[in-house]
Design a protein around this ligand. Sequence first.
Ligand SMILES: [Zn+2]
Length: 175
Amino acid sequence: MARLVRPTGVIILALLAALEGFILIIVGLFLAALAGVLGGLLFAVGGSIGGLFILFGIMNFVVAYGYWNGSGWAWIVGLILAIIGVIRALLSSWTGLISLLTNGLIIYYLTRPHVQRFFGKAPALTPPPPTPSFVPSPPSTPTSQGRTRIRCPKCGSLNEEDAKFCKTCGTKLVP
Ligand SMILES: [Zn+2]
């Protein structure tokens, strides 16, 4: 299967996810280092939170990688995260407006046909459905009136002899 062109928005999403992952890991390392300095109970708490940040940071990198490669699971994860973001934004006060807009935009973007195609969530090309129950017949069929009419090679409709296109399906007719 030919590689699809990576949509620009997907590149942006991948870079943003990587950036967020980078920040999360930095913050996580900072918290872990701080916990090490403080020691005691704060060591356990700070260390755990720092570890979680690092874990989320790594997850962001994994998602970024999936976005970049057009992996189907990355599309699903991205969509779920965006939906969670919208719900969280709706539950929060007006400060969640930016989050609401951003995540709404991501949901809108991820469900665009060309983006879904990139993630393998939609067929690459929609081929016209094959015409069923049509028995191939010679292109030209004389009628009872003796006039030659042209049978459409695609849909089988009879057209006037001088017709350039099929009156039913619009296929170009070659007499
Ligand atoms: Zn036709």
